[in-house]
Design a protein around this ligand. Structure first.
Ligand code: SAM
Length: 237
């Protein structure tokens, strides 16, 4: 079976439909992901089943945790090879997606993949999250932030919540550690004005646990956040 056949067959059970257009785009994504991965280290998952389920289906589960509206702005922090941001952009053409990462060579690959997929509603930004989060063009400009496999939740909140408008949501894609990470993020949530709205738990085909934590931004962030990366690492909230 091809990547897209594997994805289509398995996505049905989660109530996720893969349109022909999305299928065609993701097929290009899968092919180029493998090609780029031969040149630079983009992802450890390179087999068809892994790409279909651990990348594409995993990222599409975001659609079960959030209702995107036409015109919504989404920023994917630490997008790496485009996960989940480029998958969201392909699945929701009416949403504007910013793919942010501090590693330029990954973004070069992502930009090429985006273009070849014909995805018009995504842009790449090469910057550290804690720098971009201070800039007026990014700060509190987004309805949603997303992040997968970037940092533990209490640290991630300082990277992501500065981008989110008050009333907007950070969607944190996690594995089995989600509940423990929420416990460890209480001080960070309080300081940064975040509130846990819910957790959606999933089991991927094959048995891996996934959780999407919805963090609502309920108040503005004090201007001193985000701090510089050395401070975030040394003294996480
Ligand atoms: N989100 C992708 C995924 O799930 O496959 C990539 C995960 S990869 C393990 C983590 C990515 O976060 C890397 O591409 C790294 O460059 C990026 N990253 C880590 N810290 C960052 C920061 N402070 N600002 C921007 N990007 C960051």
């Amino acid at each position: 079976m091809s990547v897209i056949e594997i994805l289509k067959t398995n996505a049905e059970a989660y109530g996720i439909e893969i349109s022909d257009d999305l299928g065609e785009k993701l097929e290009i994504y899968a092919r180029l992901l493998k090609e780029w991965n031969d040149k630079i280290n983009l992802t450890a998952i390179t087999d068809d089943e892994g790409i279909a389920l651990k990348h594409f289906l995993d990222c599409l589960l975001v659609s079960k945790a959030a209702q995107f509206k036409s015109g919504d702005k989404v920023i994917d922090v630490g997008t790496g090879a485009g996960f989940p941001g480029l998958v969201i952009a392909a699945a929701f053409p009416d949403v504007q997606v910013t793919l942010l990462d501090s590693t330029g060579k990954k973004l070069k690959a992502v930009e090429n993949i985006r273009e070849e997929m014909g995805v018009q509603n995504a842009e790449v930004v090469h910057m550290r999250a804690e720098d971009a989060g201070k800039k007026p063009e990014f700060r509190e400009k987004y309805d949603f932030a997303t992040a997968r496999a970037v940092a533990e939740l209490r640290v991630l909140l300082e990277y992501t919540l500065p981008f989110v408008k008050v009333g907007g949501t950070f969607l944190s894609l996690k594995g089995a550690s989600a509940v423990d990470e929420i416990d460890g993020a209480k001080a960070s949530l309080k300081t940064l004005g975040g509130k846990i709205e819910g957790i959606n738990e999933f089991i991927l085909p094959g048995g891996d646990k996934r959780a999407i934590i919805n963090v609502k931004k309920i108040s503005h962030i004090p201007p001193k956040f985000p701090r510089v990366s050395a401070q975030i690492a040394k003294k996480p909230l």
